[in-house]
Design a protein around this ligand. Structure first.
Ligand code: GAR
Length: 220
């Protein structure tokens, strides 16, 4: 199958980037990472690129007078590498309207909560403080809002009584590393249909569980 050329935007550790690299290297994800862009010169994600021979660019947002001029520079680099799909992987900047129009329905983001619950920052802590029994992660297309775009795939994890922000984040991250490659593979296969806010996958098999409960039901 033809490999979809992607550009990955990062700001930090890049464990999601690593999950894409691993799936590409093992041949289960039909994508090619043409360029990684980091707004943070110290991002560990850049070391991962070095190790795997992936081209990377640092574009520091602080070097640009406003959001749009920073985004225009990113778009210039992405276009120069013939990127089809832009993948935000722990990229901690809000995109301008200009950038969103430049890549319509061609920008994905991953968020460590079950949207539309808990958009924004520190969302694992928010889920615990709220007393939510489930949280999870969401891959969605980016739109003008913060974490509001059409949802592609979600994974649900339980919130345990013993959870700290760190233990919950780790449980969620493990699922992020599974659903992001899956979302991109569906895109690569041309299987995502977007109608307004709804993203469907024709011929999608029925999900395994009809419902999950936390705490578990005791005979009801
Ligand atoms: C991930 O948990 C990702 O969902 C989150 O940052 C982390 C990045 O980890 N993104 C956001 O909160 C975006 N609003 P990584 O750099 O190891 O992939």
């Amino acid at each position: 199958m033809k490999k979809v050329p992607i550009g990955v935007l990062v700001s930090g550790s890049g464990s999601n980037l690593q999950s894409l690299i691993d799936r590409i290297e093992e041949g289960s994800l039909d994508a090619r990472i043409r360029i990684v862009i980091s707004n943070n010169p110290d991002a560990f994600a850049l070391k991962r690129c070095e190790k795997h021979g992936i081209p990377a660019a640092v574009i520091r947002h602080a070097d640009y007078p406003d959001r749009e001029s920073f985004d225009r520079k990113m778009a210039e680099v992405l276009h120069a590498h013939d990127v089809d799909l832009v993948v935000m992987a722990g990229f901690m900047r809000i995109l301008s309207s200009w950038f969103l129009r430049e890549f319509p329905l061609r920008i994905m983001n991953i968020h460590p909560a079950l949207l539309p619950a808990f958009p924004g920052l520190h969302v694992q802590r928010q889920a615990i403080l709220h007393g939510a029994k489930f949280s999870g992660c969401t891959v969605h297309f980016a739109d003008e809002g913060v974490d509001t775009g059409p949802i592609i795939i979600q994974a649900v994890v339980p919130v345990l009584d013993s959870d700290t922000e760190e233990t919950l984040a780790a449980r969620i991250l493990k699922e992020e590393h599974r659903i992001y490659p899956q979302a991109i593979q569906l895109y690569a296969e041309g299987r995502l249909r977007v109608t307004g806010r709804r993203v469907s996958v024709p011929d999608n098999p029925t999900p395994g569980a009809a419902a999950i409960h936390n705490p578990p039901l005791t005979g009801f």
